[in-house]
Design a protein. Structure first.
Length: 210
C-alpha cells in the first residue's frame, strides 16, 4: 500500500465553478516531499472554503484502482489528480477504509473522516453526461482525511494502517448513508469523534425520527 502521487492545485477563476466562480480542483503531481498541516497539504488551494474547507476535509485520497475502473467505464484516460485528490494511492482499499481509521504516511498520521460527495464543480469539471448520478451509483467516492499528526510525505511513501476501529462504518457505507440509507446513517451517528457534518445529514434524512 503506497502513495503513487501527491497532488496540489492553485485557486483559479472559473465561471463554471458554481456560486464562488473559483476552484482548485485541477491538481497536478508534485515531485518534492510536502508538508501536511492541520488544514491540508502545503501549496494546495481551496476555492470554496465553506464546503471544502475545515479539518475534516484536510486531505482527499483516491485509489488508482478506482481510476482504472473509471477509465474502462468512460473510455478515456484519467491522470492522477484528475478527481481533485491530494493523494493517489495504490494497493489500498480506500472505499473500504473505516471512519476513524488512521494511516501513517511519511511522518504524518491521517484519519479517515468521510466520503467525498460530488458537487457542481466536480460535475462541470468532468464534463460527462449524468456525472453526479454515475459517480454516486458507482460507490467509489474516495476518502476525506483529517490530520492527526503533522509531518511530511511524498510519492512512493508507504501507507500503514496504525488503527482501525472494530465494527466500524466504511467510506462506501457512509456514502450510502449520505444518500438516504437510514440504517447506515444511524451507525455513522454512533461513530466516536464523527464529523459534525453528519448532524446536518441526519436532519435531512431522519428528520423527527432521529
Amino acid at each position: 500500500m503506497r502513495v503513487i502521487s501527491v497532488n496540489v492545485g492553485k485557486v483559479v477563476d472559473a465561471p463554471w465553478a458554481g456560486k464562488t466562480g473559483r476552484t482548485a480542483i485541477d491538481k497536478a503531481p508534485v515531485l518534492d516531499r510536502v508538508e501536511v498541516r492541520p488544514e491540508g497539504v502545503a501549496g494546495d488551494g481551496r476555492g470554496d472554503l465553506v464546503n471544502h474547507g475545515g479539518g475534516d476535509h484536510a486531505v482527499y485520497a483516491y485509489a488508482r484502482e478506482d481510476y482504472d475502473w473509471w477509465e474502462a467505464e468512460l473510455r478515456r484516460g484519467l491522470r492522477d489528480g484528475r478527481f481533485g485528490e491530494n493523494l493517489t494511492t495504490e494497493g489500498l482499499d480506500v472505499n473500504g477504509a473505516v471512519l476513524g481509521e488512521r494511516w501513517r504516511v511519511g511522518s504524518a498520521v491521517l484519519e479517515v473522516s468521510g466520503p467525498r460527495v460530488p458537487c457542481v464543480v466536480f460535475r462541470n469539471w468532468m464534463d460527462e453526461p449524468g456525472w453526479v448520478r454515475r459517480f454516486t451509483e458507482a460507490g467509489r467516492p474516495g476518502a476525506y482525511l483529517r490530520v492527526v499528526e503533522t509531518g511530511e510525505l511524498g510519492a512512493g511513501d508507504g501507507v500503514r494502517i496504525v488503527h482501525r476501529p472494530r465494527d466500524g462504518v466504511t467510506v462506501a457505507e457512509a456514502f450510502r448513508a449520505f444518500h438516504g440509507d437510514k440504517e447506515l446513517l444511524r451507525r455513522v451517528l454512533a461513530v466516536p469523534g464523527r464529523s459534525a457534518f453528519w448532524d446536518d445529514v441526519a436532519d435531512r434524512v431522519l428528520g423527527a425520527a432521529r
